[in-house]
Design a protein around this ligand. Sequence first.
Ligand code: XLS
Ligand code: NI
Ligand code: NI
Length: 436
Amino acid sequence: MSTGFFGDIGRIQFEGPNSTNPFAYRFYDPDEKVLGKRLEDHLRFAVCYWHSFIWPGTDPFGGQTFERPWFADTMEAAKLKANVAFELFSLLGVPYYCFHDADVRPEGATLTESIIRLHDIADTLEAKMHDTGIKLLWGTANLFSNRRYMAGAATNPDPEIFAYAAATVKACMDVTQRLGGENYVLWGGREGYETLLNTDMAQELDQLGRFLNLIVDYKHRSGFKGTILIEPKPQEPTKHQYDFDAATVYGFLKRYGLDKEVKLNLEQGHAILAGHSFEHELATAAALGIFGSIDMNRNDYQSGWDTDQFPNNPTEVALAYYEILKAGGFTTGGTNFDAKLRRQSLDPEDLVLAHVGAIDVCARGLKAAAKMVEDKALSSLVGARYAGWRGEEAQAILAGKRTLEEIAAHVTAWAVEPQPRSGKQEYLENIISRYV
Ligand code: XLS
Ligand code: NI
Ligand code: NI
């Protein structure tokens, strides 16, 4: 039986680009074939539990603006929330969802009680997944809201907090596995520092390395088939976060022997906070062989905060999916909307409309990107730009078969100086606007 929360809004259908119905997709037809694959299988959309069903509309200067019938710390409220959540997932027709333990169950007085509640609510989630066919893209543990984690979870100076966090992750991995989750995410919002004056960074990095190794070891022993993903973010809530960006996490994984075990969940807004573009982070992860999944949202470029807005810029989104397609697309990963409404968007329909727009802009971006891949609109020029490296001498240099002296001897024998060539940036930028 329906909770009635979304009134008479029916299942969102694809109506094509000329539709003016706000409750319809104009670009997202799940069955459309793009590069030989259904659009739904390319994009693998997921709705997140936390922003849509937990966040009360607070900001640093104001309290709760949303009034939701499930805002209470009881199991009964948690079940109502699950019902409404699955109604939203079903209305939108998305194949996946994501959650933290704290999103789906009220915290117990002890860890044992919290875990019992988690498995209890998992019974409800399991039944809903069975009825609707909606799957779990990833599960995760909230290791940042409770005050016990104020000085970090894995990087806490107190080993008992480390152990508490480890036990919590074990429980969340178990539930994720039980629900057939395709990934397990670690976002270390408190794994960093507020001031170096009270911080032993070398000690904390070793703790984080150990924590992650424990998780990977458990993954192999428990038979969890999903991918372990780290979600980089440079700061906020902590002043500095150790998982700063894709390149930093790669260095960390290498150091602790995990670069073949762990991949990345990259978020648009976090890339911006790190001073990068989203496509930079995606290209970096792809180049290093650790691309996994994405949290799709956008930041306000003026605020300097993780504003987690719904994506609405087709060009930005197209450039992101272009990198994803070049990296071979998603395997276990997908497009999770880690995005929240603005605090004045009070109506239940706002939740639906926000996702409809985000899904459409992603579909539009992916289709533009796919067409660019298909036409080799950019890649033919890039290929030509590096053609020189296919020559015999250049190959020998790359393969380590030349010393610095040999290269120098070679160059001094040249009769003519090498000539620079145009990078064709504006030409390429013009091509992008043709496709989007
Ligand atoms: C916060 C993160 C968080 C993770 C999951 O900025 O984006 O929502 O995605 O813990
Ligand atoms: Ni995120
Ligand atoms: Ni975020």
